[in-house]
Design a protein around this ligand. Structure first.
Ligand code: URA
Length: 237
């Protein structure tokens, strides 16, 4: 059972506050009965109408965003910084699946499908994420091995990773390194590099499983197709 105003807001019809106003204005009915109290709880089976129009509680939406730098991966920010959710023109309450740091760019999924989000984030599902990092310096073979085999973050060893050196700029003393991991610890990539004394200068997530950023410039987004959504459901059985 959930509060009526929350269910109306979650359907994307309007915000929580506006939903409360609609209830107080006696515009909301549950199973044909007028409800004007805010605490009312409803179940999944209840039919809710606003101004006589049934709200669609089930429609799920899925977006892939090419996150720019300087945007926070959250639904709100206390300090008034721009959020990833505000970049997407969608009335429903969507939220990001996992996190990218403020200064990290690249692939981020946003949805209102809680089960989908949980499945994708659950470590047992081992969804590969491909990151490309620009780091200070050049990795020694022993450091590459350490990153591949796992390094300790907060006393726990990270799972095996794939690590590939894409480019070395000797003059600038920087390297471009691709790293594929399936865990999602906080700041994982930066902290893994920290373990081998390398600073990450730039970080981009280029892929989440089979989803890449083809056709999406920084700040652009698209809806996932039904096929892509079911592919994720199959991958995370
Ligand atoms: N790892 C990081 O360190 N930062 C991110 O944003 C994502 C993965």
């Amino acid at each position: 059972m959930e509060r009526l105003q929350k269910v109306i807001a979650n359907s994307g019809y309007t915000s929580r506050r506006k939903a409360e106003e609609l209830i107080l204005q006696k515009k909301v009915e549950v199973n044909g009965v007028l409800v004007s109290e805010l605490g009312t709880k409803v179940s999944e089976k209840d039919i809710i109408t606003v101004d006589g129009e049934e709200i669609n509680r089930d429609e799920k939406v899925y977006y892939l965003l090419n996150k720019p730098r300087g945007v926070i991966t959250s639904t709100k920010d206390e300090h008034g910084r721009k959020t990833v959710v505000s970049l997407i023109d969608e009335k429903r309450r969507i939220y990001p699946v996992g996190r990218l740091d403020y200064d990290t760019t690249g692939a981020l999924i946003l949805t209102n499908d809680g089960e989908f989000a949980n499945r994708l984030m659950h470590p047992s599902n081992q969804i590969d994420k491909v990151y490309v990092a620009k780091i200070e310096g050049v990795l020694l073979p022993s450091e590459i091995m350490a990153l591949k085999n796992g390094v300790e973050i907060d006393g726990i060893k990270t799972a095996k990773a794939r690590v590939k050196i894409k480019k070395i700029d000797k003059k600038a003393n920087t390297s471009i390194v691709e790293m594929v991991i399936h865990e999602g610890k906080n700041h994982q990539v930066k902290r893994m590099f920290e373990c081998v004394n390398k600073k990450v200068l730039k970080l981009k997530r280029e892929k989440i499983a089979f989803l890449d950023l083809k056709g999406l410039a920084s700040g652009e987004y698209r809806k996932l197709s039904h096929k892509e959504v079911s592919k994720f459901y199959v991958l995370t059985k």
